[in-house]
Each structure stands twice: as structure tokens, then as C-alpha cells.
Design a protein around this ligand. Structure first.
Ligand SMILES: *[C@@H]1O[C@H](CO)[C@@H](O)[C@H](O)[C@H]1NC(C)=O
Ligand SMILES: *[C@@H]1O[C@H](CO)[C@@H](O)[C@H](O)[C@H]1NC(C)=O
Ligand SMILES: *[C@@H]1O[C@H](CO)[C@@H](O)[C@H](O)[C@H]1NC(C)=O
Length: 231
């Protein structure tokens, strides 16, 4: 089930998309250094123009609706947040699009603006799976270190905002990190995996790329929305 969810015809096409999209690039490390050593807020404000106090999510390099995106305003993309201890992410999910199971080193609140989004969260071993459906104006939480995932239940694009209590919360996708472990470890955990040509690394390459942060959702949803017609 793990693999069938991750490996699909579409995923092989995105295999060679440049991995430079996978993580946020630090736009101005020098400014971050100056902001961090500034003594006071006034000193920090004097380092920033009025324009630098506005963040435009639509101009984030990840911004995309096919299949979707996670546009982070964080220490990397908006230098002033390096001293705030906060990240705000705009989640743009095309029809059926999903965020693969992942975690952060920060507490996370997610608020739906449009659409219906099904969320899943597991806090730790022994904790129950928590599922929620987020509709406009509804918020849920993913505590620090929890594994969570979500998908757009609808055939229209939907949008949410995500708030994290760190300027550098990171995102760690489970599937990619699992396959970075040695084959001997992975196959003991999941002996039923049908490796591509018997090759662990080649199988790992079939996991949909992190890309702009979102990936295509389930076949069932895509069929319902008429998105599988050209498969
Ligand atoms: C935000 O960025 C987008 C994409 O670059 C641009 O089209 C839009 O004009 C910007 N909005 C403002 C208010 O600057
Ligand atoms: C494993 O994958 C191969 C193709 O890569 C396929 O022919 C075979 O039927 C699969 N085996 C199982 C048990 O799913
Ligand atoms: C798989 O990748 C790991 C890590 O990059 C490497 O050490 C190992 O030699 C690779 N194995 C094969 C069979 O290519």
C-alpha cells in the first residue's frame, strides 16, 4: 500500500524535474546576519525598506496550482522572519492534490480558506490517527514532530494557510527519508516491497519529487474529477 500510493505513471514523468525546487533558497543571508545581530527592533526596521515589510506569496518561486504548492514565508524567503521565530505558508492545492506524509521541527496550525481538505495526523507511537475535514474558517493543529498529510477532497483548487512557531521549521517527507536508509533496514521493516528491478535506489527514485511541495492525489479522486482521461 505504501508503494502503490507513491509509485504511479505520473510520478515517473516528474522524476527529472530539477531538485533545486525541493527546498527554499535563502534569498539574502547577509541581511539575515545583520538582522540577527541588530540590537533593537528599531535597528532592524532601519535595515529594511517598506517594500521589504510586505510579503507576496504569489511571487514565491514554488507558487503553482499544478498539482499545487507550499509557499513558505520563512527565514529563507523573507529575511525579517529570521528574527520572528515564525513561518507562514500558503498551501495551494489543485483538484485532488495532496501533501505527502511529513513532519516539522515546529508546532503547526492550519486554517482553511476555501474548499474541503482531509487531514491526517499521528503524533507518536501509541497515539491514535486523527482525521479532520477542514472547511473555510476551520483550523486544526499538528504538534511539533507529528507526521501529517492532507489532500484536497474537491475538484476545484483550494487554499489554506499554515502557521509554524519557527522561522526555520524544515519539512521532512517520510517516504524519501525511509528510502535513504540502507536497503537491509528498509526491507526488514517492509519485506513486502516490490523493488523496481530489485534495486532499492531505483525504487526510491520513483517516489514523486518534493517539487513545489504538493503532489497529485489518489487515482479515485482524480477519476472522480475527470483528471485521469489522458492516462
Ligand atoms: C505579487 O506577485 C505576483 C507574481 O509575481 C505579481 O503578479 C503581483 O503583481 C504581485 N502583487 C503585488 C501587490 O505586488
Ligand atoms: C513486482 O513488479 C513487477 C514489475 O516491476 C511485476 O511484474 C510483478 O508482478 C510484481 N510482483 C508483485 C508480487 O507485485
Ligand atoms: C544506493 O545509494 C547509496 C547512497 O547513495 C549508495 O551508498 C549505494 O552504493 C547505492 N547502491 C546501489 C546498488 O546503487
Amino acid at each position: 500500500m505504501f508503494l502503490s500510493a507513491c509509485v504511479g505513471v505520473a510520478s515517473t514523468i516528474v522524476l527529472f524535474v530539477s531538485p533545486t525546487f525541493a527546498v527554499d533558497k535563502t534569498v539574502d543571508a547577509q541581511l539575515v546576519a545583520k538582522l540577527k545581530t541588530a540590537a533593537t527592533m528599531i535597528d532592524r526596521l532601519n535595515l529594511l525598506s517598506d517594500d521589504q515589510l510586505l510579503y507576496n506569496f504569489s511571487a514565491n518561486p514554488m507558487y503553482s496550482w499544478k498539482p499545487g504548492s507550499v509557499c513558505n514565508a520563512n527565514a529563507a524567503t523573507w529575511p525579517l522572519l529570521s528574527t520572528f521565530g515564525v513561518t507562514v505558508a500558503q498551501l495551494n492545492l489543485g483538484p485532488c492534490a495532496m501533501l505527502a506524509p511529513h513532519l516539522h521541527r515546529a508546532n503547526n496550525l492550519v486554517v482553511a480558506v476555501t474548499g474541503s481538505t482531509h487531514t491526517y495526523m499521528v503524533q507518536e507511537n501509541g497515539a491514535r490517527l486523527i482525521e479532520q475535514i477542514l472547511t473555510p474558517g476551520m483550523m486544526t493543529m499538528f504538534p511539533l514532530g507529528s507526521v501529517h498529510s492532507m489532500y484536497n477532497m474537491g475538484c476545484e483548487s483550494n487554499q489554506l494557510y499554515s502557521f509554524l512557531d519557527s522561522g526555520d521549521p524544515g519539512t521532512l517527507n517520510l517516504a524519501q527519508s525511509f528510502f535513504m536508509m540502507p536497503q537491509e533496514i528498509g526491507m526488514q521493516v517492509m519485506p513486502f516491497i516490490n523493488l523496481s528491478n530489485g534495486n532499492w535506489n531505483a525504487t526510491a527514485q520513483l517516489i514523486p519529487a518534493v517539487g513545489t511541495g504538493s503532489q497529485d492525489g489518489s487515482d479515485a479522486c482524480r477519476t472522480k474529477c475527470g483528471l485521469n482521461s489522458d492516462d
